[in-house]
Write a protein that binds this ligand. Structure first.
Ligand code: PLP
Length: 395
């Protein structure tokens, strides 16, 4: 661990810290008014000069809007490992962002996906991939031998990773997966929704593309949907496809949504640090609790890939899951009991959430029915600990 969040994502001693970039990226002073916070530009259309050129590069809001551009520049800047030409494309949801990357695969191609992954994208792929002419190969990507075997036929176009995975927090060695994917001629994208800047940056391990549901940590207040795809440059071939689709389809955030997300970004470093520190303490508490039989948290020394997590993450993050003794009924009772944790889906907001996960994922889910997923917020850790202690007394 590198002292994470503040210094861990810096490439050089004089590079700004994450906390500084998060406050200032996309917040350049408005040249028209001197405003310190960015304006919201609701205009859908922009005047053209007599020669037909666009004054500031904007023609129509589906293809570009100044508030969205600020958001895209800010998110790109928060990924210094993507290099000086990093580019980002903002979407109306994380799922739309993921879909844009996944649809870059040509018909006949194969996408390798994790066996444990966000159920919404699993369902999106199950429903749509065959219509795109794309085949899926689900594999435990935390098992590099299994990943290598999945790549062996030589037909894989894209490896899609989640690490930690949702909801079982499996950890995949991203650098090793990149080597295997590239060796087999495939590209590699990481859904980094659970590892915002300050927790991990998969570009550091060589990922080609990173996607975030900005609904979660980037915006951070459970009040705006969004998604972002980040690449090392506009000329990345997959990103060029994503950018084109963004403009052609217009599954983009409204200017107000882009602004809200930008506003959320300002406190990203603080939120992520506080929430991750609490999560470490909560995971330790849960691991010692007699009503709990499994705790999945990459910061635990007993996590099967703890060493990999330690090497590739700046912090262990604020997501964890645990399994209670007593099955689904006990899990339901625990989810319903807390005072501060809200019993709700989603993650990455300032408020802590607890969720009995299997019913949310539906009858065909591989998620055990005694599993509770927790998104740790930024409340005082002691209050959260007392809250969980009280809830577990109901098991
Ligand atoms: C890991 C992960 N990826 C993608 C998404 C989808 O994001 P959105 O709800 O913004 O479409 C989620 C949502 O929970 C998620 O947890």
């Amino acid at each position: 661990m590198s002292g994470g969040g503040n210094g861990g994502n810096r490439d050089a001693d004089d590079a700004p810290h994450l906390a500084t970039v998060a406050v200032h990226a996309g917040a350049e002073v408005d040249p028209e008014t001197g405003a310190v916070t960015p304006p919201i530009h609701p205009s859908t259309t922009f005047v053209q000069e007599a020669d037909g050129s666009a004054r500031a590069g904007y023609v129509y809001a589906r293809t570009g809007n100044p508030t969205r551009t600020r958001l895209e520049r800010a998110v790109a800047a928060l990924h210094p490992a993507a290099g000086p030409n990093a580019a980002a494309a903002a979407f109306a949801s994380g799922s739309a962002a993921a879909s844009a990357v996944l649809r870059s695969v040509d018909p006949g191609g194969v996408v390798v996906v994790p066996d444990d992954m966000y159920h919404g994208i699993r369902r999106l792929l199950a429903a749509q991939a065959s219509r795109w002419g794309v085949a899926l190969r689900a594999v435990d990507t935390s098992d590099l031998g299994a990943l290598e075997a999945a790549l062996a036929p030589g037909d894989v176009a894209l490896v899609w990773l989640e690490t930690p995975s949702n909801p079982s927090l499996k950890i995949t060695d991203v650098a090793a997966a990149v080597r295997l994917a590239h060796g087999a001629g495939a590209r590699l994208a990481v859904d980094a929704t659970w590892t915002p800047p300050g927790v991990a940056d998969p570009f550091r391990q060589g990922a080609d593309l990173v996607m975030h549901s900005s609904t979660k940590y980037l915006a951070g207040h459970s009040d705006v949907l969004g998604g972002v795809v980040v690449a090392r440059g506009e000329d990345d071939p997959t990103f060029a496809f994503v950018r084109e689709l963004q403009g052609l389809e217009g599954a983009v955030p409204s200017p107000f949504d882009a602004w809200l997300t930008l506003r959320g970004l300002r406190t990203l470093a603080l939120r992520v640090r506080a929430a991750s520190e609490s999560a470490e303490r909560l995971a330790a508490f849960l691991a010692d609790h007699p009503a709990v039989h499994v705790v999945a948290y990459p910061g635990r020394p007993d996590h099967p890939n703890h060493a990999v997590a330690k090497a590739q993450m700046e912090r262990f993050g604020a997501m964890l899951s645990f399994r209670v003794r007593g099955g689904a009924d006990a899990a339901r009772r625990v989810a319903a009991a807390p005072r501060w944790f809200r019993s709700a889906t989603s993650l990455g907001g300032v408020e802590s959430l607890i969720e009995h996960r299997a019913p949310v994922e539906g009858p065909d889910t591989p998620t055990p029915d005694d599993l509770l997923r927790v998104s740790v917020g930024i409340e005082a850790t002691d209050d959260l600990l007392r809250d969980l202690e009280g809830a577990l007394a109901r098991v």
